[in-house]
Design a protein around this ligand. Structure first.
Ligand code: GLN
Length: 195
């Protein structure tokens, strides 16, 4: 029997990239989702996920679809994975990406190598005490360079921050939606419950 879904709606930016897997994850957590392609859809959401994909393309599509202002000013929890983290960052090293500047970090695109150099590695989540490693999938992942002490590091890989939290925004340089491990999505859903 299906578990009852809570009333909260998580919007998932559905312009391009890896949005379907986020929907599947949230289905597992019995959370309602809505694909965002038009500005009015943002008004219906309690939180927004910015998926991975191609940040240069997404940046352009955000403008073409008239979403920029509403996405930038949306005050509920946000979760950016990979290209989504780039979009939410203060500054990106590629000037073709016009970021939403919601999180005081600088992002460097493709810092972990090309598509062919993608890898899965085990990382430790600092907010947990059970020390079960999380399988982190890196695909042309960005470097997240913190420029403000209020950004909290929740996981590192080789001394680089790969999962960070700033206020009610979560960013990962890897793809938690491509695993069967729902812990990071749960962490995000908890942010909505706290609002
Ligand atoms: N390298 C991509 C970018 O900069 C991000 C890759 C991804 O989201 N997996 O946009």
């Amino acid at each position: 029997m299906n578990k009852k879904k809570s009333g909260k709606i998580v919007g998932i930016l559905g312009l391009q990239g890896a949005y379907q897997k986020h929907i599947d994850m949230l289905d597992q957590l019995s959370v309602k989702t809505l694909l965002i392609r038009y500005p009015e859809e943002i008004d219906k959401c309690d939180a927004i996920i910015f998926p991975g994909g191609e940040s240069t393309t997404m940046s352009k599509l955000i403008d073409n679809m008239g979403l920029r202002e509403k996405l930038k000013n949306f005050s509920g929890p946000k979760f950016g994975t990979c290209a989504g983290a780039i979009l939410l960052s203060e500054y990106c090293d590629d000037e073709r990406v016009n970021t939403l500047a919601n999180v005081p970090i600088n992002t460097k695109r493709n810092a972990y190598g090309r598509q062919i150099e993608s890898f899965v590695t085990e990382i430790q989540l600092s907010n947990e005490h059970n020390h079960t490693p999380f399988p982190a999938v890196f695909i042309r992942a960005p470097d997240l360079v913190i420029i403000n002490n209020d950004v909290e590091v929740l996981a590192e890989y080789k001394k680089k921050s790969v999962l960070v939290k700033y206020k009610n925004i979560l960013l990962s340089s890897f793809h938690p939606e491509l695993t069967n491990d729902i812990r990071i999505h749960k962490l995000f859903i908890n942010l909505i419950e706290l609002e």
